[in-house]
Write a new protein. Sequence first.
Length: 748
Amino acid sequence: MMEKNGNESLALARDIIVNTGKNLFLTGKAGTGKTTFLKKLKESAPKRMIVLAPTGIAAVNAGGMTIHSFFQLPLAPYLPETAFSSGGAKYSFRFGKNKIRIIRSIDLLVIDEISMVRADLLDAVDNVLRRYRDRNRPFGGVQLLLIGDLQQLAPVVKDDEWQLLGKYYDTPYFFSSQALRKTDYCTVELEKVYRQSDLEFLSILNRIRENRCGSDILSALNRRYIPGFSPSADEGYVRLVTHNRQARDINMQELQKLPGAPYVFQAETQGQFPEYAWPADGSLVLKEGAQVMFVKNDSSGEHRYYNGMLGVVESVSGGGIEVRSRDKGETIALGKEEWTNARYVLDEQTKEIREEIDGVFRQYPVKLAWAITVHKSQGLTFDRVIVDVSGSFAHGQVYVALSRCRTLEGLVLSAPVSASSVITDRSVEDFTREAAGTAPDAAALQSMKKAYFLDLLSGLFGFRQIASLMRRYLHIAGEYFSRLYPVQLGQYREAERDFHEKVESVAEKFSRQYVRLVKDSADYAADAVLHRRIVSGASYFKEKLEAAGDVFSDALTEADNTEVSRRLRDAVSELQAAIDLKAALLGFVVTDGFEVSSYLRKKAVLTISDDASGKSGKRKSGRKTADGNSGQKAAGKSGQKADRKSSVSKKKSEVPADVRHPDLYRRLVKWRNSTAAELGLPVYMVIQQKAILGISDSLPDDMASLAAVPYFGKAGIEKYGDIILKMVLEYREEQGLSMFRTSLSSDF
């Protein structure tokens, strides 16, 4: 184990995050610089990251979003291997294209204030990430940075929720997550405290945090008890209390000191919504000048306010409320927000959780905030605090409340702290003791860096996803087109076999080479032989990928069945996108080499943008010329060549290789689509695709020969026979074809 002071611990944490793929739990006492570490990491780390937190105010402090908001998760408990259902709807994730791109592009997922994150929420995150990334790896293979102090506030779990969750988890804390337990993560603890420099105060806080709060500590702390302390408004004291009722009483007293008449806004309720569960005041009493806190995120999507944001009432009347934000000074006109009261019921047979809505609550989303509960204060720092934790009822409350203040002199106790107020959780102590020994030493850190380098190479030269997407498309196309277009399908199957032999199999052998070279190298990051081999491999696989992309650029996607067409288009689109992204990354390595930071930046840009989309011509347009510069002239020629190639591919994609008379086939398809659109019918109800193929192959010259075309019945002949025969006749005349009937294939 490396001996570390405060700065060395921070350096170790950064080294793990930047240069390895190891998951990290970064912990430490209040004020040890966890938030500062995150801020600097966001400014300079080469990895693409998103920062999330369990609550609105914690998310704002961390400069990110809430977990529920980013992953669009419901508030219901998440049970592993079950499905959430509300009104018959599955627990599902309907993300737009941009959100999916973001999820797929991230290298690092940061969750701040992890002590408040429940185990089931972390498993729900794992579920989403697996869906859109690697299904076979915990959290989809993304690296985790979990920041927080387990000696601070614990996750909130109601009794009825724990009746469900207790069957799957031994504790509600994040470390009981089933997905997290399948990962290999380490812990780094920051010990140097930056928030407090008062050694006596630090000693008191540490003893409380470590559950060593003896009579001497209580005596020293309670010297800050000042009965009846009542500061003036301009002194800037903030009151921290443990219960909502305490905060409410203090706030009403402060409200009465303001001049003017109060305005009362009554909440509206529907159905069953018990008063103890109201998320806002049933009778909201306000005056101009009142200090308020928002209690809900802005549901309008305009992000004007968030849960925990402070403000001052700018104006208030019977017609509405305007609040000036403490953050930006903006004035916000408020409307009422809506909350629902739900019960969660597990169906033992289907293993689904049903959300049953019992009632609805509507009210303006603010409450008075001269006093704040300890729960709302986590993550904040004050110079002057009045604390009352005599009624503490949960793990970490006393420590969080006291550690919000910078100095012992700035702290005033409105009630003495007793030994019974300091509540700790044995499961947290057990985990903390076990985690303390997981920080890596120098040898382990070097091994982790090498493993990360190899993991990135394996990702670059891994083609399992593309092969799987090829097989997926072939499966769908084979079911529908096997008799229609056997020649075309044969080309695709040959390309798939070629890909397996020349890409997948070769990549497996190549991996053994670079793994050996990395393991044998003393300085793999600068090993010339290794990097020449990497660039050579990238060039080879890029060429093979582009060849495969060309074959599937004219893949069959149009079928009479709209659902089949959608599945075919989705399959081809996903396949082509995967090929293009991989080829673009390989092309980058060919021209720029394989340096981890630049590779990660390029990968993030390509994944989240359209830069990697398009065919191989687009990918080639960025290739350097012989003198090493991607000159405008060369790029222009490449672009023209790509445009011509794209045009050819587009034309090919309209007509399968099996069609004997492609021009007539195109005319028939165009007529069929236009007619269907005019009549408001599915295209197959005008004429089936198989019939179009039969007509374009056999060139019928009268009604009898037209009737012999399979899949074109009597009704179709009566409606469209004359039109179709006229089109065939015009085509024959244009092509100078003699009037004879081509025998139909037995396939039809």
